[in-house]
Design a protein around this ligand. Structure first.
Ligand code: ADP
Length: 874
């Protein structure tokens, strides 16, 4: 039938419009069905059969479906595949639909069950244990660009943590990189066009609404007590809460009071730095080979999540950093305490996430059990720490947060069975002895069961049928069954039995006695279920009331796990407690690169530890030497040591004195990956430009082979200019690796720059890379030797040698590539000389505030500028 869509199809299409770009899971009986494009997308990702059903607009409708009982696994795969899913449930039973049709006077045979979207499942709004990774936070972030800055609201709804911050527009990428959100929402008119950002109505991002929502959620009259929130922060909070409202269809998940994150509280790192240092993820993607994979010894998921957060946002305040070091020290020097504590923590369930589910209304009796067990574990941890002398401040604070739950633990202990089920509907989770009425109901059904067993024996005797049995099934409930040949005895009118069913070989009966007992069981069962349900609600209510204290306990346990885990790791790797200073220095003795060290250890090789010593009068090290000599490794190991220290960890070195840094930059010369379609050289220059505009005297910068992506002359010229700028202008600590020999001449003019190289030696005609850092310039570049090591064929090497000889001869005669560069005025001086002349166009551009312009105004402005440009032309 073509033409008019069926009522069901109309209902589907209306729901699909509501679902927008989310896949619609349309409930039909025991299945969630998907239609049209949704079906194609889902069938592709899930690798399930694509069929079709009926027709729409003259075409068969593509369809696929997943069983409701196993929907969770499919959902997980769709979310991983980058989809969002809207769940449309049946909101009435077929009988209710028929009754409604009758009332409305429509044919009951065609009554369509009402359906509604009850929830959106999206990557950033998951709470289900099965869909979450235990060791990774799952963040939803809202971005609110307003006139004078960008507000960011982030929350992990699996634990309820929420943070608000504000940054300048040009620091947004770095902030987003730090957060590593699963899902980002922003106003639809936000022109950034970043892929994967979910567009929401601009009206959702009003700071007044944000303030009002936060006040009502947390039941406060003013937000002042929670922190200092700016307009952009509140606008972002508004957008975040509005989105949560939307995906939860009005049901808000658990949200803790927001924490304002001050700018400058953290070591700033942009996305490129994070990627190149492989902090949480290796370059190929995935945790293996990353820094965190190498240092994570946490025994709980919550600890691992906290560690990831610490590494993603190292601190910039000395007191806080030293507090973390002191906590590690406490566990470092006491191996017994550490081992006992970690053994305890290992058993502690993830109470943060259990709490998230309970508050979101998706909790189970098992979650209550986890809260009980987790809180009593926390009490034990507290006891253990209390007994330990000289507790540092961080652990003393944690101690306070661990306690205070005795009444709740006691209540849950009495109320729940030892391991409560994940299903709430079947009951069986309330312990006996907790509720006498419930016990009585259970006893009633227990007695009735016994009575039924007694009836069986009695009926056997009365009817003289040893094969008589009392059975139970879903359709008939309890019934009496005898083999067909004995059926007649019970059929007699005065037998006391009533016939129910005749099967192939058996006849089934009822009796008044059995009916009575069965009814007692059913009634008592229903009452017992209702009683358990009421207890469940009450217990959940109690947990919800204590949610903030429970969340604080969860956070304290995670913090302790991180400190104990890092202490364990430090002992394992023989790490040192770094000394933190306010002067810009970086003195590392015997530093190591963990990931490289680990990789080498696998093949039985030894990592060569190296020292680094940057200070105010020697802040830029230029490092030369052959490829594969260990330059990048050295650069990164020092960046990682600084990062680890500021994240509050010990460091892989025999000793370290580290001046606090405000920003960390890591740039690695153009490699072979063509990021986002830009040429690799372009990427490199964009990233270098970012450093030159953002680094301060307190920053630490590592630059690896800048200029490698272009021709020798361009590349060397750029590298030269960058080194000068870093030295003269930024005046920050910097390690600069290069294979341009010629740059060593910079040592003549830059007084805080020194030359270093990775050592190599020729041995019996072979090149031996020593991976050892030494002072002074590299004697030569060893490029051809490395090529030989790499297996470049002999004839090619021979030819290259001839070419090189020719080039070197030329160099000897002319003074080489960099001849005369030493006479150039230094960077700062040359800047003065070449300042652009004033012009009207430049001034007009300078004062232009693009964020405030409508597209129309922008166009007008463009005409104006064009006119200006014309008028300034000579
Ligand atoms: P470069 O940047 O000079 O080309 P890399 O830092 O990439 O060199 O190092 C190349 C390889 O040398 C590494 O993959 C590692 O196997 C080895 N290596 C680097 N540093 C060390 C070290 N300190 N000790 C031992 N081996 C090292």
């Amino acid at each position: 039938m073509s033409g008019q869509p069926t009522p069901m199809m109309q209902q589907y299409l209306a729901l699909k419009r509501e679902a927008g770009d989310a896949l619609l899971f349309y409930r039909m009986g025991d299945f969630f069905e998907l239609f049209f494009e949704d079906a194609k997308v889902a069938a592709g990702i899930l690798d399930i059969a694509l069929t079709s059903r009926g027709e729409h607009g003259g075409e068969p409708v593509p369809m696929c479906g997943v069983p409701v009982h196993s929907a969770e696994g499919y959902l997980a795969r769709l979310i991983k595949g980058g989809c969002r899913v809207a769940i449309a449930e049946q909101t009435e039973t077929p009988d209710e639909a028929k009754a409604r049709a009758k009332r409305e006077g429509t044919p009951t045979s065609k009554a369509l069950v009402a359906r509604d979207i009850v929830r959106f499942v999206t990557a950033g709004t998951l709470t289900e244990e099965a869909l979450l990774e235990p060791r990774r936070a799952n963040l939803l972030v809202a971005v609110a660009p307003v006139r004078d800055g960008v507000g960011l609201a982030s929350c992990d709804i699996s634990t309820g943590r929420m943070e608000l911050e504000e940054c300048e527009a040009n620091a947004l990428d770095a902030a987003l990189a730090r957060l590593g959100a699963s899902e980002v929402v922003a106003p639809e008119d936000w022109g950034d066009g970043t892929e994967g950002v979910i567009a929401r109505p601009r009206a959702d991002f009003r700071s007044e609404d944000g303030e009002a929502r936060l006040k009502s959620i947390h039941g406060v009259a003013t937000l002042d007590g929670l922190g200092d929130f700016t307009r952009p922060m509140l606008a972002a909070a508004a957008g975040l809460i509005a989105y949560l409202d939307h995906v939860g269809r009005g049901d808000l998940p658990f949200l803790l009071p927001p924490v304002a994150r001050g700018s400058g509280a953290h070591l700033a790192m942009d996305a490129a730095t994070r990627a190149s240092l492989e902090i949480l993820e290796a370059q190929g993607g995935g945790r293996a080979g990353s820094l965190i994979a190498c240092i994570d010894r946490c025994v709980t998921g919550a600890g691992a999540r906290q560690l990831a957060e610490d590494l993603a946002a190292p601190l910039a305040e000395r007191g806080q950093i030293e507090a973390r070091h002191a906590a590690i020290h406490h566990f470092h020097i006491d191996p017994l305490l550490r081992a006992d504590l970690r053994a305890l923590l290992r058993q502690a369930p993830d109470i943060g996430r259990a709490l998230g589910r309970l508050v979101a209304g998706r909790g189970s009796p098992r979650d209550l059990g986890q809260i009980r067990d987790g809180l009593s574990e926390a009490r034990r941890v507290r006891g253990m720490l209390e007994a330990s002398a000289d507790l540092p401040a961080l652990l003393r604070d944690a101690l306070v947060a661990l306690g205070g739950h005795s009444a709740l633990i006691d209540h849950l202990d009495r109320a729940l069975v030892p391991s409560p089920p994940t299903e709430r509907q079947q009951g069986g989770f309330i312990a006996s002895g907790y509720d006498h009425a419930l016990d009585a109901l259970r006893e009633t059904s227990g007695n009735a069961r016994k009575a039924i067993a007694a009836l069986e024996a009695k009926y056997r005797e009365e009817t003289d049928t040893a094969s008589l049995k009392i059975k139970h099934n879903k359709v008939l409930g309890y019934f009496i069954e005898v083999p067909a040949k004995h059926g007649d005895k019970l059929m007699a009118a005065d037998s006391g039995f009533t016939h129910r069913q005749t099967m192939a070989g058996a006849v089934r009966f009822n009796s008044i006695g059995l009916h009575e007992e069965a009814t007692r069981i059913a009634e008592a069962g229903a009452h017992a279920l209702a009683a358990e349900d009421a207890h469940f609600e009450e217990l959940v209510g109690e947990v919800v009331t204590a949610r903030e204290a429970i969340a604080a306990t969860a956070a304290a346990l995670a913090r302790i796990d991180v400190a104990a885990g890092l202490a364990e790791r430090a002992v394992e790797g023989d790490w040192a407690r770094p000394e933190m200073l306010d002067t810009p220095c970086l003195e590392v003795v015997g530093g190591r690169h963990l990931v490289v060290e680990q990789a080498l250890a696998k093949s039985g090789e030894r990592f060569v530890a190296n020292d680094c010593s940057l200070g105010e009068d020697d802040r830029l090290w230029l490092i030369g030497g052959p490829n594969m000599g260990g330059k990048s490794t050295f650069l990164r190991q020092n960046a990682l040591i600084l990062l680890l220290a500021q994240a509050g960890s010990y460091v892989p070195a025999s000793s370290a004195r580290i001046g606090l840094a405000d920003r960390l930059f890591s740039r690695v010369g153009a490699s072979d990956n063509l990021a986002r379609g830009r040429s690799t050289f372009m990427v490199e220059m964009v990233e270098t430009a970012a450093i030159l505009s953002q680094a301060t005297e307190r920053s630490f910068v590592i630059l690896d082979e800048v200029g490698r992506g272009t021709s020798t002359y361009d590349g060397m010229a750029l590298a030269w200019a960058v080194v000068e700028a870093v030295h003269e202008q930024l005046r920050c600590r910097c390690l600069f690796a290069t294979h341009y020999h010629e740059l060593s001449r910079l040592a003549d003019t830059c007084d805080a720059l020194s030359l270093h190289h990775v050592r190599a030696r020729e041995w019996k005609g072979d090149l031996v890379l020593l991976h050892e850092l030494a002072a002074g310039a590299a004697d030569r570049s060893y490029g051809l030797d490395v090529a030989r090591l790499a297996g470049v064929p002999q004839p090619v090497l021979k030819r290259a040698k001839a070419v090189l000889a020719k080039l070197e001869k030329g160099r000897a005669e002319t003074g080489g590539l960099a001849a005369g560069l030493g006479e150039l005025p230094l960077f700062a001086a040359s800047l003065q000389a070449e300042n652009e002349p004033d012009d009207a166009l430049r001034d007009a551009l300078e004062v232009l505030d693009i964020d405030t312009l409508s597209p129309r105004e922008a166009l007008d402005k463009l005409y104006e500028l064009k006119a200006l440009g014309g008028s300034t032309k000579p």
